[in-house]
Design a protein. Structure first.
Lengths: 356, 310
């Protein structure tokens, strides 16, 4: 009989091997899925996992698509480590785009290098404020932050709809539900720093967030308190860590980062606010955070890999005529397998004869 | 503005229809949580139920077979969650989220070719003279079978949890899995059964959307109903009777919101659409603010993994 036995200490090797194992399992079962859809599984897997890293156009897309994912996931991971579950990053992403976008649209046409920084600040503030709602309700009224932050995603989606048909609607847009195009406003354009690598300002900020989060966790007092709260909440309270501060800090940071990601998406790939603006990055970032083991460097790698599934997913969609949803199944599968093989970190399987 | 176009009787009737899916899913989740497991995948199981039920109903032209399929599909997806959390001891919050993300994706993939089709109609109860009673007839005697089933389940679950031995064992597992284990109960198997029951109920709730309430298939059509059901369980303090009240309250709000849109109160429909979600938040805040009362009826082992060390 096979049974689980708790390891004396979590396995370091398994900590890094399990994400790879999860990717491998996703390739196998994803391949089966494509075969069931009547598509060539080997071609599909090659397009999703290999081609984005070899093709030069796709390579550039990796950082562009991975940037927002990494930015959001780094913030989420801080909360997840402390047992604060911000599931509403998608809402904070949307509010960041609306808040920052509103500033850009108000200044529309006005030149100045301070325009984009101001928009970014507004985006971060809007995301921060949106995340402070569940934080406040959690600290003050003990309301579950998972449900509150998630409900606010739906509120934000409807607020976006209200904005693009109302206050932020393009006055010359012949009634289409969309804002003016920020892509045609030079001062609000996101500068591309290294064209060959696809590194724009958003990507640079994402990398900066990775470094900052790493330093915070390794060197800073707040980082230590976050880790302690997650691992031993009682011990943390006895040693003087205020749970309310941890809730507010982790939700606030993740909200601000998600808001910034939303603004970068708006001034980068999206170009304008429409009802189709939300792409689910806020949810995919949850997968990225776990796949990266809630570790900033791991999250960077996981973000690039997840970006590859987006880039490759688009190729597959056109080349093999697969519905867009297939790639979301793929991403969900990845998280499932990761959580399944996670058991190997703290436990090992042992073969035991039934003792009579 | 003309409020006279809102007919109070049809308002109550459509309130019951709007409430039924969240009531079903909420009842399932209530049992799951009573066994000490927190499954955040309700939304994923609902949407899978919605497409599985729709697909089979369209293929067989029998809505009831579709509903059975929806329950089966919900239970299978829940079983995945069960295997991960009960055997592989994965984090319940993360696994529940994974279930929702996976379910939404899979449903969109499966539903790709079913967009725009019409499902077979579900007949309503019609007992001639009883249904013809003014006011009461339409409210009490003129619904589809699922509405009656959901109300029956409220009573059945109340009886199961409070009056039956099996219900007592289920609650014991949820209060203290270690104590239940030492008494010789199979904690993992009892929890798996509860999880699958929760999946079946969520699946049926999802099918109610695609087969009766809407009725057609659109991507992401459950629109957060699974999450509202989760909040309802907190609202109900884990009591089936209160869950019914909560579900009908929410049904009322969403129906009112639609009616106000039709009447045209001069507010952008996007703002009106926020109301169910905002009300959910307000309700959560009110129910949770008294910490002592909130935890009074909550299962003590909720969300904790169980691993028998011997």
């Amino acid at each position: 009989m096979i049974r689980l036995e708790r390891r004396k200490a979590p396995s370091k090797a398994m900590l890094w091997l399990t994400p790879l194992l999860a990717v491998l399992l996703t390739m196998i079962f994803g391949g089966i899925l494509f075969a069931l859809l009547g598509k060539d599984p080997f071609a599909a897997i090659h397009m999703i996992f290999i081609e984005p890293f070899t093709d030069s156009y796709s390579q550039r897309q990796l950082l562009i698509k991975g940037g927002p994912l990494i930015l959001i996931a780094v913030g989420l991971s801080l909360g997840f480590r402390a047992g604060v579950w911000n599931i509403g990053a998608e809402g904070q992403f949307i509010m960041g785009a609306i808040g920052g976008g509103a500033v850009g649209l108000a200044l529309y046409g006005m030149p100045g290098i301070w325009v984009l920084p101001l928009m970014t600040l507004a985006g971060a503030l809007a995301g921060f404020a949106w995340a402070m709602i569940p934080a406040f309700l959690k600290v003050k009224f003990n309301a579950n932050e998972i449900l509150v932050s998630l409900m606010l995603v739906y509120v934000a989606e409807n607020f976006l709809r209200a904005m693009v048909t109302g206050a932020l609607k393009n006055p010359d847009g012949r009634g289409f539900p969309e804002s003016r195009s920020l892509a045609q406003y030079a001062s609000a354009e996101m500068p591309m720093l290294i064209k060959s690598a696809g590194l724009n300002v958003g990507g640079l900020v994402a990398i900066g967030a990775v470094v900052l989060a790493y330093t915070l966790l390794a060197r800073h007092r707040l980082g230590y308190q976050i880790k302690l709260t997650g691992q031993a909440p009682r011990a943390a309270r006895f040693s003087g860590v205020k749970p309310g501060i941890i809730v507010a800090a982790t939700l606030g940071i993740s909200g601000a980062l998600a808001g910034m990601a939303g603004l970068f998406e708006l001034v980068g790939p999206a170009g304008k606010l429409t009802t189709n603006f939300p792409l689910g990055y806020g949810f995919t970032a949850i997968i990225v955070a776990f796949l990266g083991r809630l570790n900033p460097i791991g999250i960077f790698l996981a973000g690039i890999l997840m970006a590859a599934t987006y880039v490759g997913g688009e190729t597959v969609q056109f080349a093999l005529q697969v519905p867009a949803a297939a790639i979301r199944v793929f991403q969900g599968m990845l998280l499932f397998f990761l959580l399944a093989v996670d058991v190997l970190v703290a436990y090992r399987f042992v073969l035991k004869k039934e003792a009579k | 503005m003309d409020f006279s176009s809102i007919d109070p009787i049809s308002l109550i009737v459509s309130l019951m229809i709007a409430a039924t899916p969240i009531l079903l899913a909420g009842l399932g989740e209530l049992v799951v949580e009573k066994s000490g497991v927190l499954n955040l995948g309700v939304e994923g199981m609902m949407i899978i139920g919605a497409i599985a039920g729709f697909a089979l109903a369209v293929e067989t032209e029998n809505p009831y077979l579709g509903m059975l399929a929806a329950m089966g599909a919900g239970a299978v997806l829940a079983l995945l969650f069960g295997i991960l959390t009960q055997f592989l001891l994965s984090n319940q919050v993360a696994t529940g989220l994974a279930l929702t993300l996976f379910g939404l994706g899979l449903a969109a993939l499966l539903g790709h070719s079913y967009t725009g089709l019409k499902p077979p109609a579900v007949s309503k109860l019609d007992i001639g003279f009883l249904t013809d009673i003014p006011v009461l007839g339409r409210i009490v005697f003129n619904h589809d079978a699922v509405v009656y089933f959901s109300i029956f389940m409220v009573i059945a679950l109340w009886w199961f949890l409070n009056r039956s031995r099996a219900g007592l064992v289920l609650r014991a597992v949820g209060e203290s899995h270690d104590a239940a284990h030492s008494l010789g109960y199979n904690v993992v198997m009892i929890r798996l059964a509860a999880i699958m029951f929760g999946g079946a109920m969520a699946g049926l709730g999802g099918a109610y959307f695609s087969l009766i309430r809407v009725p057609q298939w659109t991507e992401g059509m459950t629109a957060g109903a699974g999450w509202i059901a989760l909040a309802l369980v907190v609202f109900s303090s884990w009591k089936p009777g209160r869950l019914l009240i909560g579900a009908y309250l929410f049904g009322g709000i969403s129906v009112l919101e639609i009616n106000l849109q039709i009447v045209g109160v001069g507010i952008s429909p996007a703002y009106l659409k926020m109301t169910p979600y905002l009300v959910t938040i307000i309700v959560l805040v009110i129910m949770s603010s008294d910490r002592r009362r909130a935890s009074l009826n909550a299962p003590a082992s909720l969300g904790r993994s169980f691993h028998a060390s011997h």
